[in-house]
Design a protein around this ligand. Structure first.
Ligand SMILES: Cc1ncc(C[n+]2csc(CCOP(=O)(O)OP(=O)(O)O)c2C)c(N)n1
Ligand SMILES: [Mg+2]
Length: 583
């Protein structure tokens, strides 16, 4: 469709979204952005309207992670935009490609005390790859097309397009609005104002008639050099105890996840998966280890970090022994070198790099590592047995480890797990085995509580064929409970399992020990299931271990009927997370 046929600026934005196959726009409405929403809807784009702008951005983030294409959110000017900052930062640190369309005051009134008018650039710019500030109607389409490409290029991340309201409505209305604003006065000042506004409007619409809707831009995926592939193969060929750690960035090409999984299997070296890469090799692959990663890294003589920076999760690189050959495959030079200079730096897409390696590795290589694999496997099995022992402990209410063992059995083979919480989620990440590529979503390095509902909306609307579970701490669930309203209105059958330990336990654990004070960490056994019912969803309460299995089965049945469900599970205290602290 050409721009000439577009009725207003909202149509121009929607044309580009449509041309790029954007399936869904996540939003909370506002007069500043109405034309974008209605024009998108008219083109068959699904509009999911949520209850907090942060949710809209979290949803776009999750949609991007599961589809590999930028998620799109639209929010109104001022407070609509400020509400997104946490979610934007989360997406930036998680390197998740999304486009945020934000409203803005009319171009002629910015800085003059208009409704919701603030200087949005200094607030948003630090958290995005680029802030598009627009002044002309003809810039709308190209800016959105550029933003969609830029979000995915290089190191993926969020991009912001500021769309002033007077660029979005139809030309006749805007001209009339400016004519009215000019008034009918005859003084010199009045006539000067009219002249100024007339010129302003002419410039705004200048060239807008003959603009053609921009084509879909191709996205430049950075590729690591052949030299780095060769150097890595040589290092792996010499290594006695090689190890790979694969993280979220390696799976940003979501459509290639299966190919990547096959490549990793072909490499034949033991592998730990983190972030979005969890589940890449299925539930129980012989090469995948889950436990005792620190010890494995200390022992390894050649560590390949694929899309994983040496941040706090690897103790700033200290988990890898000094004498080991360190290979860092990463799109970001900053991440590849963070805290520790690698011996081989493969600057480019880590997923493609792994595929290139697998294409050149000798098939007999894998059998060389049988002894090393057996050592790691024995440790992994021992830890699983220990988890089983801890799962067997019975108390008054529900043992969280046993709960996740049950969820492991009950959840469907296609289940997607969204993780939002403290200890409850950390326990889940040890006990649950994500079963397919792209089936585990956690906030990432920003450690943001409150991602759960938005991630679930993004996941379920992107992959409606799959079961979506939220593993929620009771503290964390409070951020997103209102979105049960969204689940119900939009028929999004999410199952939320709330680990109700009546507290912000991850914080309480250390705070009480170190400061002898539980101030601000205590919650109640709140009836979250009743809250869900209040929004028209299903709510189930589980206070005893022997109710768990039936409740999970029932929740799945209800979800299959299209009903969102909240299962409120009263937990017992456990020692499982004792001693863990992240700084
Ligand atoms: C937005 C935000 N606020 C505060 C924190 C600090 N924080 C980390 S874990 C945690 C406790 C989470 O409690 P809950 O969700 O109930 O999980 P639990 O640890 O009790 O299992 C808090 C408050 C955070 N990570 N993010
Ligand atoms: Mg809690």
């Amino acid at each position: 469709m050409s721009g000439a046929a577009a009725r207003h600026g909202g149509d121009r934005v929607a044309d580009v979204l449509h041309a790029h196959g954007v399936p869904c726009v996540y939003t909370l409405c506002g007069g500043h952005i109405s034309p974008i929403l209605s024009a998108s809807k008219a083109r068959g784009i699904r509009i999911v309207d949520v209850r907090d702008e942060a949710t809209a951005v979290f949803a776009a983030d999750a949609a991007a992670r599961l589809s590999g294409l930028p998620g799109v959110a639209a929010v109104t000017a001022g407070p609509g935009i400020t509400n997104t900052i946490t979610a934007l930062k989360n997406a930036q640190l998680a390197q998740s490609p999304l486009v945020l369309l934000g409203g803005a005051a009319p171009t002629a009134l910015q800085g003059r005390g208009a409704l919701q008018d603030i200087d949005q650039r200094p607030l948003v710019e630090p958290h995005v790859k680029r802030f598009f500030k627009l002044r002309r109607v003809r810039e709308l389409g190209p800016a959105v097309a550029d933003a969609l490409a830029l979000a995915r290029a290089g190191v993926p991340g969020p991009v912001f397009v500021e769309c002033p309201v007077d660029l979005l409505y139809d030309e006749a209305s805007i001209r009339q609005w400016y004519a009215d604003a000019g008034g009918k006065g005859t003084s010199v000042a009045d006539r000067a104002l009219r002249w100024y506004l007339g010129r302003h409007v002419r410039r705004m619409f200048d060239g807008s008639r003959d603009v053609v809707a921009p084509a879909v831009r191709s996205v430049d995926v950075p590729a690591a050099s052949d030299a780095s592939t060769g150097a890595t193969l040589a290092a792996l060929g010499k290594a006695e105890r090689p190890l790979a750690v694969i993280g979220s960035q390696a799976v940003v090409n979501a459509a290639e996840a299966d190919r990547l999984a096959a490549a990793v299997a072909r490499l034949g070296i033991p592998v730990y998966l983190s972030g979005m890469a969890r589940g890449l090799l299925g539930r129980d692959h012989p090469l995948q280890m889950r436990h005792q990663r620190r010890q494995a890294l200390r022992e390894s003589d050649c560590v390949l970090l694929a899309g994983v920076p040496c941040d706090f999760r690897l103790d700033y690189g200290r988990h890898v022994r000094r004498s080991a050959t360190l290979i860092a495959a990463n799109r970001s030079a900053h991440d590849a070198k963070l805290n520790r200079r690698p011996d081989v730096m493969a600057l480019g897409d880590a997923g493609h790099f792994l595929q290139a390696l697998a294409g050149r590795v000798a098939p007999e290589e894998a059998s060389r590592h049988a002894g090393w694999l057996a050592t790691l496997r024995a440790r992994d099995d021992a830890r699983e047995a220990e988890i089983d022992r801890q799962a067997a402990i019975r108390g008054e209410h529900v043992n969280p480890i046993a709960l996740f063992r049950a969820l492991e059995r009950e959840a469907g083979d296609d289940a997607v797990f969204v993780a939002d919480g403290g200890d409850f989620v950390a326990t889940a990440s040890y006990v649950l085995h994500p079963r397919t590529p792209l089936s585990w979503l956690d906030p990432g390095a920003f450690g943001t509580l409150g991602v759960g509902a938005g991630f679930a909306i993004g996941a379920a609307s992107t992959r409606p064929d799959r079961e979506t579970w939220i593993v929620f701490g009771d503290g964390a669930c409070g951020f997103g409970l209102t979105e049960f309203d969204t689940f119900v209105r939009h028929g999004i059958p999410v199952i939320a399992v709330v680990g109700n330990d009546a507290g912000w336990t991850q914080i309480a654990r250390e705070q009480v020990k170190m400061l002898k004070d539980d101030v601000a960490t205590v919650l109640a056994r709140t009836a979250y299931h009743d809250v869900a019912r209040g929004f028209g969803a299903e709510g189930l309460l589980v206070t005893r271990m022997d109710e768990v299995e039936a409740a999970l089965k029932r929740a799945r049945e209800l979800a299959r009927l299209g009903r969102p469900v909240l299962v409120n599970v009263w937990l017992d205290r456990t020692e499982f997370r004792e001693g863990s602290l992240s700084m």
